[in-house]
Design a protein around this ligand. Structure first.
Ligand code: PRX
Length: 649
């Protein structure tokens, strides 16, 4: 976050107290904050989740590893689907699905969801999936995606969902790291009016993932794709039963692995963040209930994220379904076929709760308020934000232009590792401030500490969590050392999130962005080193350094400084080639917005690249101290190149 943005936050004086009428019906009450964490979580665990065997111990913390609800057994698919049908709610809609091509829509009741989950689980069994078999899922936003996740959880098979925008390399790396044996994908996905060749990319990935012996393919566009005999199977070709008795829900231990979600860290290798069954479900469902004030019989809830990220896991699939919610699932982009698409959806389904990212809000701001104004958005009663710091200007726009000035906004801070929202206003309880995520959720102990690890009562520092919480990651798959060093070493005894934060006189938290070499582009975490590795993988690149610069829409944009082999000069063609190369290696989200070609990178005498200077250049700031550089003249040269370099529009 830029200094100017931080100053704006410091000046923010506007206050939005809860509306008394909202407060009188709110799920949350101020008393929740008075409960001790264990008391709160034990109560919520029994309130929101059905256990096959009740747990005997609430939590146990052998630093850094926590375990929750010990002795408890449960099944996630049972909690998300079967128990609602058994309770007579089979006719309630679980998802209103809307395809990107206009006019394609369907709804799926809980009873239909159950049939489809059972059917897919029976298919997976025919492909050899059993309790413990690892499954990779590479699907777009089709109903088969939550169905596939639930089918895995029904069988006790851990999954990893890989975002459909990721490359073949990204998919095979994840599948290999986890040890996946089966892959679920689709022929193609629709995106902004064109098709994304998921099966073709999956084929490339499978060529590099020998552990995958079976591939289940969902038909979406219906176009021809190649199918390998013996390995690839169409989902619709199977004739298997769909009654729940044909595939009972596997009882799982609370601490059994539920899924891995890979996320970027400060090295080139993404880390497999583990989430287990009981704590994760309790955390996702409880936060969904209180932070979104969900009323399952009357609300239509829409989280506009992609299920391929943690937000979609916790707040499109597991939290909402566990709570028996009716959700909207939208396949496409917000500007297809026009910029009013989202608002047409809100009006059509009568959406009452909308959860999205500041990047999306800022894109809508840029497109103008007329698109929202052209639709009836009066059904909305609560708005949420996630993924990056929300600037007060975007907060106010969201509040006024989307929420009509009447909807509370919950700015929710959390991470892939936390599994659930940790810092958020409680609607109906908390007085909100534009730009502040306000208070730790009940049962959560967060703090801001200084460089020495001492607690800051008021002022800036590093965000830490002082006590474990149910949905916290149980570690990085196969890398205990990295888990300890990333989160637990900098400030011993507490979890270090990697974010800077400020705490104000009211004890409210203001998130200030990452303090490590991780960029946040459109709410997606991308490591500078991952992009650098993709660049130097190109045969003509000698060296590359990457940093983020502030961007008015996407939060941050990626800037790359590249030295070509043999002192070659850069060209526009080379620039495009390198951007495409990064897209092929990682995925289009990691494409640098600017590439600056330079004969040399600024390095210290010991050879360390000085990223701070590169960030200063990228953000047009006066250059700080350059005296430690081996060759101080390099920076003025780069600055001149940067000023001349074209940027992506
Ligand atoms: O820097 C914080 C930012 O996103 C990071 C987590 O990214 P990821 O694991 O991809 O999960 C994103 C969705 C939960 C955090 O370390 N972040 C997330 N929410 C906020 C935020 N920064 C400020 N305010 C938020 N509400």
């Amino acid at each position: 976050m830029s200094d100017r943005a931080i100053e704006t936050l410091l000046d923010e004086e506007r206050r939005f107290p809860p509306h008394p009428e909202f407060a009188s019906r709110a799920n949350a009450t101020a008393e929740l904050y008075d409960l001790e964490p264990e008391e709160f979580w034990a109560r919520e665990a029994r309130e929101r989740v059905t256990w096959f065997d009740d747990f005997s111990t609430v939590s146990e913390w052998k630093l850094p590893y926590a375990r929750w609800f010990l002795g408890g057994t449960l099944n996630v698919a049972y909690n998300c689907v079967d128990r609602h049908v058994e309770a007579g709610l089979g006719n309630r809609v679980a998802y209103f699905w809307e395809g990107e091509p206009e006019g394609e829509r369907s709804s799926l009741t809980y009873a239909e969801l159950q049939q489809q989950v059972v059917r897919m689980a029976n298919v997976l069994k025919e492909l050899g999936v059993r309790k413990g078999t690892k499954v990779a899922i590479y699907l777009g936003m089709v109903v088969e995606l939550p169905i596939a996740m639930l089918a895995c959880t029904r069988l006790g098979a851990p999954h990893t969902v890989v975002f459909g925008g990721f490359s073949a390399d990204s998919l095979s790396d994840r599948a290999n790291d986890m040890g996946c044996e089966v892959l679920i994908t689709q022929d193609e996905a629709w995106r902004r009016g064109s098709t994304v060749p998921l099966k073709r990319t999956a084929d490339e990935a499978m060529a590099a993932a020998p552990g995958i012996h079976a591939c289940l393919v969902v038909r979406r566009t219906g176009h021809d794709v190649s199918m390998q005999d013996g390995r690839d199977h169409w989902l619709h070709d199977f004739d298997v039963p769909d009654d729940p008795a044909s595939c009972p829900c596997e009882p799982m231990d609370a601490e059994d692995l539920l899924f891995l979600m890979y996320t970027s860290g400060t090295t080139a290798k993404p880390k497999g963040i583990t989430h287990t069954t009981g704590g994760y479900l309790v955390g996702a469902a409880t936060t969904h209930h209180y932070a979104f004030d969900l009323k399952p019989t009357t609300d239509v809830y829409w989280c506009a994220a992609d299920i391929g990220w943690i937000t979609g896991h916790s707040y499109i699939v597991y939290g909402p379904l566990c709570n028996g919610a009716t959700s909207v699932l939208y396949e496409g982009t917000p500007d297809f076929p026009d910029k009013a698409r989202w608002w047409a959806l809100v009006e059509r389904y009568g959406v009452t709760i909308l959860y999205t990212a500041p990047t999306a809000i800022r894109a809508h701001m840029k497109w103008g308020p007329e698109h929202a104004a052209g639709h009836d958005l009066s059904s909305l009663r609560l708005l949420g934000s996630v993924g990056e710091p929300i600037n007060p200007e975007a907060w106010i726009w969201y509040h006024e232009q989307v929420g009509g000035g009447r909807c509370p906004i919950v700015d929710t801070w959390w991470q892939t590792e936390t599994g659930m929202i940790l810092i958020t206003p409680l609607p109906g309880v908390t007085t909100t401030k534009p730009g502040s995520a306000t208070k730790p959720f009940p049962g959560i102990r967060a703090a801001v500490v200084n460089e020495q690890g001492e607690k800051v009562e008021q002022g800036g520092g590093y965000l830490v969590l002082e006590e474990p919480w149910p949905a916290m990651t149980r570690g990085i798959h196969g890398d205990d050392e990295r888990f300890r060093s990333t989160y637990w070493e900098r400030f011993p005894g507490v979890y270090f999130a990697g974010d800077g934060a400020r705490i104000d006189a009211d004890g409210d938290f203001w998130l200030l962005g990452r303090v490590d070499d991780v960029m946040n582009v459109s709410g997606h975490r991308i490591s500078t080193i991952e992009v650098e590795s993709a660049l130097v993988d190109h045969q003509r690149v000698a060296e590359a350094a990457v940093c983020g610069r502030a961007d008015p829409t996407t939060g941050q944009a990626i800037v790359a400084y590249v030295t070509l082999k043999g002192g070659e000069d850069g060209s526009l063609e080379m620039l495009e080639e390198l951007r495409d190369h990064v897209a092929r290696k990682i995925g289009p989200i990691a494409k640098p917005a600017n590439i600056v070609f330079t004969p040399e990178l600024p390095k210290t005498r010991s050879g360390k690249i000085m990223r701070r200077l590169l960030r200063d250049i990228a953000e047009n700031r006066p250059l700080g101290d350059t005296t430690t550089l081996a060759d101080p003249s390099v920076v003025s040269e780069i600055a001149a190149q940067a000023a001349a370099a074209p940027a992506e529009d």
